[in-house]
Design a protein around this ligand. Structure first.
Ligand SMILES: C[S@@+](CC[C@H](N)C(=O)[O-])C[C@H]1O[C@@H](n2cnc3c(N)ncnc32)[C@H](O)[C@@H]1O
Length: 313
């Protein structure tokens, strides 16, 4: 197995906020088990905890299997999408769980391996699939998606002001040469978008983020995963979500706000028509939890991480 190095972000905060009773059995789903970093910490701290770990990426599962071997049959691993966690839980004979962790996004090994195509800083194929059995790659989208679809991806998932201009330039370029590598896309960004503004994220970061979200259907996964998670949680169970960019964090914040509200009718209606009942409470921290100065020093990749947590009513 090749080496899989990923430092779990916000480790103390996850341990503190996903608090299980130390002396009672508990079950949790780690929907993005990766190399098993967070799960290992939780399994060590809670000796009666069982974890069902899910990941799309077989390389991650291979690493998790080795890292979590110490916990024996307290761990089960499944390859797939966390949006299907209800099905995986059912197959495991679980109708509810006490905890859910989603640490969404890519792992360090996914970013660091040039051949996965996630990083604009290294030349590699335009792949970006977390699950390499899927047929949709970044190259396929760039080379074949209609111009309007490309513009939508750059605008909605990269929040790029020049989304239309970049989509037009991509279509003009691919009529002469197909996009082959990440370097081809970086060259297009440089020619079309110019320099990134000082103090802002580099523009290729946003373009790569947009394609990655499209390739992996990440925002739909998040919306479905949150809804599935709330159904599976036992009363008093906790769901913790770590996100790495504002699009994801907005979805989590909005979902938690809606699910912890009574009426969700549009403002101004004289009587409530929605009949919505809250399913979550947010008593723990109203703001997202971010990395401490000490963690930032130790693990610079924690800089964008935001943890939000809610409790099932
Ligand atoms: C940031 S890493 C998780 C690291 C893990 N918490 C640890 O401490 O080792 C994110 C992982 O989630 C996986 N992933 C992302 N979206 C997923 C989805 N929709 N379903 C299942 N796995 C997903 C990625 O393949 C990656 O391995």
């Amino acid at each position: 197995m090749s080496e899989f190095r990923h430092i779990p972000v916000l480790p103390e905060e996850v341990l503190e906020l996903l608090a299980f009773a130390p002396d009672r059995p508990a079950r949790m789903i780690d929907g993005t088990v990766g190399g098993g970093g967070h799960s290992a910490l939780l399994l060590k701290k809670y000796p009666r905890l069982e974890v069902l770990g899910i990941d799309r990426d077989p390389a991650a599962l291979e690493a998790a299997e080795a890292n979590l071997a110490f916990a024996g049959d307290r761990v089960r691993l499944r390859r797939g999408e966390y949006a299907d966690m209800g099905t995986f839980a059912g197959e495991n004979g679980w109708d509810h769980v006490e905890g859910i962790l989603l640490d969404i996004g890519v792992s360090s090994p996914q970013i660091d391996r040039a051949e996965r195509g996630f990083s604009w800083r290294q030349e590699g194929p335009l792949d970006m699939r977390m699950d390499q059995s899927s047929s949709v790659t970044a190259g396929r989208i760039l080379n074949f998606a209609p111009e309007e679809e490309l513009a939508r991806i750059f605008r909605e998932y990269g929040e790029l002001r020049s989304a239309g201009k970049l989509a037009r330039a991509a279509v003009e370029r691919r009529q002469k040469h197909f996009f082959g590598t990440t370097a081809d896309l970086v060259a297009l960004c440089d020619e079309t978008l110019g320099r990134s503004a000082p103090g802002k994220l580099p523009l290729p970061t946003l373009v790569f983020q947009a394609l990655r979200i499209a390739v992996n259907g990440e925002l739909d996964q998040l919306r479905k995963g949150l809804a599935e998670g709330v159904k599976l949680l036992a009363p008093g169970g906790r769901i913790a979500v770590i996100s790495f960019h504002s699009l994801e964090d907005r979805i989590v914040k909005e979902f938690f706000r809606t699910e912890s509200s009574g009426c969700v009718c549009p403002p101004g209606l004289p009587v409530c028509r929605c009949g919505h009942n809250p399913s979550l409470s947010l008593p723990l921290r109203s703001r997202a939890v971010t990395a401490s100065a000490e963690e930032l020093e130790r693990n610079p990749r924690s800089a964008c991480a935001k943890l939000r947590i809610a409790v099932k009513l």
